[in-house]
Design a binder for this molecule. Sequence first.
Ligand SMILES: [Zn+2]
Length: 315
Amino acid sequence: MRATAPLLVATHEGCAAHEPPPGHPDRPERLRAAVTGAAAAGAEPLPVALVEEDVLAGIARVHDPGMAERLRRACERPPAIFDSDDNPVSRGTYRAALAAAGAALAAAGAAADGSAGTIWVPVRPPGHHALRDRAMGFCFFNNAAIAAEELLARGCGPVAIVDFDVHHGNGTQAHFWERDDVFFLSLHRYPCFPGTGAGDEVGAGRGRSFTRNIPLAAGADDAVYREALAMGLEDVTRALRPAAWVVSAGFDAHRDDPIGGMRVSEEGFRAIGALLREAAGKSAVVAVLEGGYDLKALYRSVQTFTAGVSGSGGP
Ligand SMILES: [Zn+2]
């Protein structure tokens, strides 16, 4: 279907302030690639005003009180490791993680008040591995979970979260494990980091059958992803009627990615976007950047994905 509302971009320059040591895959340059890729697809900026207190309130719905303060303090004495060897911090890491969560909150707010059909949230550090009380896998605050909680807090639920990053979104799954107001669907390489995401992980209690994992073998290509996503989306819409969608959009399944081990092309990401839009219909889609570590592949994949999910058909 065609877009019924504009494609917007919610980001913040502060996201570049996280500077891991050279050689770390999450380079600050990723931000520019992910922003300009969407601009090439015709995206318009959504202003993001960062009010620290408000962002911290949004973070507190997902993370232990004290985790943000712990990160702020760690950044006062860089370089340091935060919770995991994968998570080195620089002086600007707290500011970047706050900016990422703030952009996700702003996007969710715009989606809830109906002002956009698709909102692309190019931010870093990524979020989907971040647990309630522990950072891991390059992630500090769980931006996608924070966006979903904001949508629900504004009365825009139930929410479907679709995670197509090559790695399993363990942090997001854990947060919504016993919930029936959020459906979590993940497609990912398995077995692989972080080790979770087997097909029999389906949620518990009220949340049983509201988590759906589709593990994929290494080397999966466009056709494999398309088929798996179509199957997963049927399960989402069978379980609930989402008022809004949050997407953990990682592009590390791209064939040129240095760490993903999959074979998805830019056209594959366009098709993923189009399938998501078809499932979402006229509902808002908030798509948050997760992984994707080859700069050219990231730029091109963001361009095709945002075109696909916004229904613009090009470029
Ligand atoms: Zn990843």
